[in-house]
Structures are given as structure tokens and as C-alpha cells.
Design a protein around this ligand. Structure first.
Ligand code: GLN
Length: 528
């Protein structure tokens, strides 16, 4: 109905609830935009690009799906209009439609249905989130596809849940059901009658209001589920259970005597989160700070490790492009993170922050671009290579310690590209193994020599500088199994200065916080 209602989180929480009852779930997202994937979109507009194990660049909702259900998403779980049209047009060029006129219905809608059901094998529930809002031109083929899908699979096996907003007007102290009525009306016009409404609201929806919504929207009163605002998203599975969302879903689908859900883990998290004893100030120095969603997984990873360390994390968003403010604010921080990023804007601020963390023994975590810049900062300050840089910035006369990777291996498969390759989907993407050196801080943190982490980058630190850096205390403590690609760096003699070429935040889960973040927060607390 409107964006940012929390469709993704609602879908994830329902998934978690069904899972807690012993069902196998998979979540998929339909995105109506024409980009093939969000990899080429500005994070300030679209939010974080979430990377799957198999290397797809996807919508950030897939991060929620993984965090709530623990089920690793695949490249088939994010279906964009771009992907659908790309396939339909490729089929047309190959003559696969046998002379027919290619149309939205049935060719595009068939392609969507095919993708929705692709490689779904033994899941009990497939939860499909349709992105966008009802009434968008782009969403129409997707809504039409799910309408058809219901006929295809039968109404006994399918269910429509519609998320709406029930606004509260403080001036008159009342909630308003009209917007919900309108949005359902619009859905019904295109042939979709929702079975359940999840109504976002800041005040309780009375039984009378539920009856009113029920009457106008043709949805049973008991299927009007209120979704009150909460302090933490991890309360939502338990909240939805109290509101009986999962029970209503199961009953509507005729599933009799389901197992009661085991919500111990979720309840534990909620309880812990409401009594956090410590506080710590962490700075994230980035250039996409206007939209916090640009660093969604990072923020969640910090929250997860905060809960583990009994700590409330206060995040300071530091604009890498505003050096004056940065210099002022950086002094308050107990820990500094330079996250992933692209391009040259904001580099000065990031390098300044890294130097500040290094010189003042402040715990520092550099992620991907953050690691590359940490290497450059150490090269400039300690190795005295004044023109140390990355070929990403393409400056003349620079010494590129970080360079464009043109060939690498995933298992026995070789991947190649050059500077003229397409931009979309051509990075080192997805999960790769990393071998950790035994006598290192990284080994102490992970307690193992082989780890697997997710990547998304085009450039790499050049391994040939290894010895030079080691002389100044910068150890490459993690490498690709063939020893060619540096994956983890750490500064010896500093309490906690680590850079990783991968994105650990993508694997952190509320029920399984990531060891790197756990250790980072623990160290930040020491100076409290
Ligand atoms: N821009 C850098 C690269 O492409 C880092 C990317 C990132 O931080 N995800 O290698």
C-alpha cells in the first residue's frame, strides 16, 4: 500500500513462525523494476545490495529472510522484471514462441510463474513477497501472475496476505481504516481478494474497527491481524504469534493440528534486548549515510553481537565526505568501521578515520573497501609509499597496491574479465573459502583455519607486497586457498585492527552472531 511498511520483515517473521512449527520454508522476492538486479543501483536509492552464497546481487529483503529463517537464499530467490523481460526477449530472439505475438499476458506472466516455482522441491511453504505497491504500473504483471498462480495451484494451496497501513490521527485520536479499504478495493479490481490483512498501526485496532475493515474488504474479522510498531524487529515473530497470524494461515490452508511453535530462541532475544547493560559508541564512516538501509546487514550484525555482549550499540553515522564534522565526531567513538564502498568520493575522510583508529589504538574493522583503504593508509604512513592507491581511482603515477583482478578461481572454475567488461554482475561475487594463518588474531577469533565468507568486489590487494607490509607489522592472516588473494589483514601491536576483503555482516544472524563482530564489540567495550 505504501513503501517501507515492513512487507519483507512480515514475510520473514511469518517464515520464522512456520519454521518454528517444524515446517520447511523458502522465501522469494518479486521486484517490479527493470534492472536485472540491484547491483548497479545507487545504495542511497535502493539500500544495500545483499549477496547470496551463489553470488547473486539481490534486494536487501533477502537479508531479512536469511536472518529470520537461517535458510540461505539462492540466485533464484530474487525475481526482477529485468530478469523476466531479459528471458522473454531472449526466447523471442531464439524463435521459441513459434511465430506468436509476444505479450505481457501470457508470455511475461508465464515466465514469472515459472520463476516463482523454479527449483522448489520439498518446501512446505513458499512465501512470495511482491515488491512495490498496489496500483504501480510495474507491479501489474506480477500481481496478475500471482492471481493466475492461485488458479493453477488451487485456492486450497494458496493464500493472499496484504500488508496495509492503518494510520492514527492524533488530532482526533482515532485510527483510519479508509486507506486499507481503498487499497483492498484496488487489489480486488485486478482479481485478487486478500485472505488475510496484516495492518501496520501505532495504536491497537479495536474489534469494531476490525469488523469495519472486514465488512468493507471482504476479509474475515479474525483474519485482520494488527501489526503494532515494535522497538526491535526480532520481537515480530512472537508478536505475530500472539496475533495468531501463523494460526490463521494454517487454518485457512486447512492444515489441521499443527505443532505448537517453539519460540524460545526468539523470546530469549527479545528479553535480552530489553535489558542490555552496556553501551558502546561505534562509528560507521561511509558515503551512503543518507539512507541507513544502505548498510542494513552491517547494522543488524552489530545489533546481533551487541545482544551477545549484553550491549546496546549506539551507531554514529559519519559522513566520509564531510571532513570537518568527521574530525569533530570521531573523538567520541569507541570503535570505528569503514564499510564497503565504491569510487573515490569520501576517501580522504575514510583514510583519516583509519589513521585515527590506528594511531589511537581504537578498535577498527575495515570491510572490503574499508580493508583496501586500510592497506593504502598503512602503505602511506608506515611504508612511506606516498602515492599508494588503488587502480579503482585510475590516477596517473600512483602505486597501485590494490589492483583490478582479471582472473580468479572458484574451486576449479576460472573467472575472467577485463576493464571493458560489463558493470553488472562481473565482480568476485558470492562465497569463497579463506585459509587462516594459525598464529593470528583472525585464528583466535574464528577458531578454525578454513572459513567461507561472501564477497562483492572488483579489486584486490596485490599479494606481492606481503613481505614489505609484514616488516611494518601488517600481517596477511587470511588468504584464498591458493595463497594468491589476501582476504584478512591485521596490524600487529594494535589491540584490534582488522580488515577483511569479504562481507562478514552478510552471514550474521540474530541466533548466530558473527565471530568477527562479537570480538570487535568485546574489544570496544574494554575502553568503556
Ligand atoms: N570498490 C571496491 C572493489 O570493487 C570495494 C567493493 C566493496 O567494498 N564492496 O573492489
Amino acid at each position: 500500500m505504501v513503501s517501507s511498511l515492513g512487507k519483507g520483515i512480515s514475510a520473514s517473521a511469518l517464515g520464522a513462525l512456520l519454521q518454528a512449527r517444524g515446517f520447511k520454508v523458502r522465501l522469494r522476492k518479486l521486484d517490479p523494476y527493470l534492472n536485472v538486479d540491484p547491483g548497479t543501483m545507487n545504495p542511497n536509492q535502493h539500500g544495500e545490495v545483499f549477496v547470496t552464497d551463489d553470488g547473486a546481487e539481490t534486494d536487501l529483503d533477502l537479508g531479512h529472510y536469511e536472518r529470520f529463517t537461517g535458510v540461505n537464499a539462492s540466485k533464484y530467490d530474487n525475481i526482477t522484471a529485468g530478469k523476466v523481460y531479459q528471458q522473454v526477449i531472449a526466447n523471442e530472439r531464439k524463435g521459441k514462441y513459434l511465430g506468436k505475438t509476444v505479450q505481457v499476458i501470457p508470455h511475461v506472466t508465464n515466465a514469472i510463474i515459472e520463476k516463482i516455482l523454479y527449483q522448489v522441491k520439498n518446501e512446505d511453504f513458499l512465501i512470495i513477497e511482491v515488491g512495490g505497491t498496489v496500483g504501480d504500473i510495474e507491479s501489474l504483471p506480477f500481481l496478475e501472475a500471482i492471481r493466475q498462480l492461485r488458479n493453477l495451484l488451487s485456492s486450497a494451496k494458496t493464500l493472499f496476505i496484504h500488508c496495509t497501513l492503518v494510520p492514527y490521527l492524533s488530532a482526533t485520536d482515532e485510527i483510519k481504516t479508509k486507506p486499507t479499504q481503498h487499497s483492498v478495493k484496488e487489489l480486488r479490481e485486478i482479481g485478487i481478494q486478500p485472505d488475510i490483512l496484516v495492518c501496520r498501526c501505532e495504536k491497537n485496532i479495536s474489534i469494531d474497527d476490525k469488523k469495519k475493515i472486514s465488512l468493507f474488504c471482504n476479509v474475515e474479522t479474525r483474519n485482520i491481524i494488527q501489526a503494532l510498531d515494535v522497538k526491535s524487529i526480532y520481537e515480530i515473530p512472537s508478536l505475530f504469534f500472539k496475533e495468531k497470524l501463523d494460526a490463521r494461515v494454517l487454518q485457512s490452508l486447512g492444515i489441521k493440528n499443527p505443532k505448537q511453535p517453539n519460540l524460545k530462541n526468539w523470546n530469549n532475544i527479545t528479553k535480552k534486548q530489553s535489558f542490555l547493560k552496556n553501551n558502546v559508541e561505534i562509528g560507521i564512516v561511509g558515503k551512503y549515510i543518507e539512507l541507513k538501509d544502505a548498510y542494513k546487514s552491517l547494522v543488524e550484525a552489530l545489533i546481533h553481537s551487541g545482544i551477545k555482549n549484553n550491549t546496546k550499540i549506539k551507531i554514529y553515522w559519519i559522513d566520509a565526505g564531510n571532513l570537518k564534522n568527521l574530525k569533530k565526531n570521531i573523538k567520541k567513538l569507541k570503535g570505528i568501521i569503514v564499510p564497503g564502498g565504491f569510487g573515490s568520493r569520501g576517501i580522504k575522510g575514510k583514510l583519516y578515520s583509519i589513521k585515527h583508529a590506528r594511531e589511537n589504538n581504537i578498535p577498527f574493522l575495515g570491510i572490503c573497501f574499508g580493508m583496501q583503504l586500510a592497506v593504502i593508509e598503512v602503505a602511506k604512513s608506515l611504508l612511506k609509499i606516498n602515492n599508494a592507491s588503488s587502480s579503482e581511482f585510475n590516477k596517473k603515477n600512483s602505486k597501485n597496491i590494490i589492483g583490478l583482478l582479471t582472473e580468479w578461481f572458484k574451486g576449479s572454475i576460472s573467472y575472467k574479465r577485463d576493464k571493458y567488461s560489463d558493470y553488472g554482475g562481473t565482480m568476485r561475487l558470492g562465497t569463497y573459502s579463506c585459509k587462516i594463518k594459525k598464529s593470528s588474531k583472525a585464528f583466535n577469533i574464528y577458531s578454525k583455519t578454513f572459513i567461507r565468507e561472501r564477497h562483492r568486489h572488483r579489486y584486490e590487494m596485490n599479494i606481492k607486497f606481503e613481505k614489505l607490509f609484514l616488516k611494518k607489522g601488517l600481517l596477511i592472516s587470511g588468504k584464498s586457498p591458493d595463497g594468491k588473494l589476501p582476504e584478512i589483514i591485521e596490524l600487529q601491536g594494535h589491540p584490534w585492527f582488522i580488515g577483511v576483503q569479504f562481507h562478514p555482516e552478510l552471514l550474521s544472524r540474530p541466533l548466530k552472531p558473527h565471530p568477527l563482530f562479537n570480538s570487535f564489540i568485546k574489544e570496544c567495550l574494554k575502553s568503556n
